[in-house]
Design a protein around this ligand. Structure first.
Ligand SMILES: NC(=O)c1ccc[n+]([C@@H]2O[C@H](COP(=O)([O-])OP(=O)(O)OC[C@H]3O[C@@H](n4cnc5c(N)ncnc54)[C@H](O)[C@@H]3O)[C@@H](O)[C@H]2O)c1
Ligand SMILES: [Zn+2]
Length: 348
């Protein structure tokens, strides 16, 4: 169940009181320890013993070594099967904490309290937990739902602007794939500040939740959430290996530009719709220079995408503003054209 906490944490306190947990572990990273934990602890009314588990911030920590350390600490602290883990942080914390909780002693309960826009609207919802393996993202993980998700938008006040923008890309995606009104509401925003975005968070969360409810195991409609992520992931991987890493949402924005144009090239949407989408995404996201990347490297990553089958690249593409098709296989020529189209955008 998702709860938006306005001024009070009473729902969370009620949940903690009703369930008889043996002990509570709050997982944070160094930033959420500093910026978010005081607010949570100041509002938590519980007699239960709790421990703080802190990891360093960053995607590099989302690996088996960190998971192992956390399993060991839980064991040393005698966490039993009635222990609760509260994941207080962004997607790295909710993915990692969910993974550790769902595997420790074959699964203990956990709740997510997302503190980034991306984790509020995306990562904390949907029951996917996991860690990275070598340089492959989310290679090992489980499908397990948190007991509760508590969203407190005021956590966003301390979030760096770049991170707010990164989460906004996923919100735009939710509008584009499923809800034209949501897209239209979002593109009215002149500035991406937390107060302006806050009223639209519940709708974005609901879109993700509905898609997941319709297809938990990603056999069909859940694949639409991958719009912008096929080309986006390939560029994200190349940038991460370069000296100019980009945030996930920035890569998704780039991917949505390419894949909107690709939707047009494949005859799925009109040129007007494609241009309108691209113009609006460009208002928020600046151009990323792909000049250093070779086309064959981009294609090699596209061919390795987890979502592929039978050696074909599967795309989720727009069939309108607010609707999306999945498992669409495009011609190599059109994929190349959509990447070239992006490269030329800097000339305008
Ligand atoms: N499970 C899923 O369905 C799913 C979906 C999308 C993304 N993800 C995963 O989510 C991760 C990305 O999530 P993210 O963008 O939230 O990254 P993140 O967790 O790394 O957080 C981004 C940065 O913001 C800091 N931070 C978090 N909250 C803050 C706050 N309130 N104030 C100040 N600083 C704060 C963090 O310490 C970190 O440095 C990736 O690992 C991705 O794979 C998972
Ligand atoms: Zn994403």
């Amino acid at each position: 169940m998702i709860t938006i906490l306005d001024e009070s944490f009473s729902q969370l306190n009620q949940f903690m009181t009703e369930k008889s947990f043996s002990k509570v572990f709050i997982l944070v990273d160094e930033n959420t320890h500093e910026y978010c934990l005081p607010l949570l602890l100041g509002n938590l009314e519980t007699d239960l013993a709790f421990e703080i588990l802190e990891i360093e911030a960053g995607e590099e920590m989302k690996n088996i070594q960190t998971a192992n350390q956390l399993w060991e600490i839980l064991t040393e602290m005698q966490a039993d099967r009635k222990a609760l883990i509260i994941n207080l942080g962004g997607g790295v914390i909710t993915d990692m904490g969910g993974f550790v909780a769902s595997t420790y002693k074959r699964g203990i309960q956990f709740i997510n309290i997302p503190t980034t826009l991306l984790s509020m609207c995306d990562a904390s919802i949907g029951g996917k937990t996991g860690i990275d393996l070598m340089h492959y993202k989310n290679m090992v993980g489980t499908f397990s739902f948190p007991e509760q998700i508590y969203v407190y938008p005021r956590f966003l006040d301390t979030l760096p602007a770049k991170e707010v923008k990164s989460g906004f890309a996923e919100m735009l995606k939710h509008g584009l794939i499923a809800d034209k009104k949501h897209w239209e509401d979002l593109i009215q925003l002149q500035h991406l500040d937390p107060v302006g975005i806050e009223p639209f968070i519940p709708q974005s969360m609901e879109i993700k939740q509905e898609v997941v409810n319709a297809d938990f195991h990603e056999k069909n409609v859940r694949k639409t959430l991958n719009f912008g992520h096929t080309i986006g992931h390939a560029i994200e991987s190349l940038c991460l290996q370069s000296e100019n890493p980009i945030l996930h949402g920035e890569a998704v924005a780039l991917g949505m530009i390419c894949e909107s144009h690709l939707s047009y090239l494949e005859g799925l949407i009109s040129k007007e719709d494609s241009d309108l989408i691209i113009e609006n995404i460009q208002i928020y996201f600046s151009f990323i220079d792909l000049g250093d990347f070779k086309d064959e490297d981009i294609f090699s990553l596209l061919l390795n995408d987890k979502k592929n089958s039978d050696a074909k690249i599967n795309f989720s593409l727009l069939s309108g503003i607010g609707s999306c098709v999945f498992d669409h296989q495009c011609s190599t020529e059109n994929i190349q054209k959509s990447i070239n189209f992006y490269k030329k955008l800097s000339e305008f």
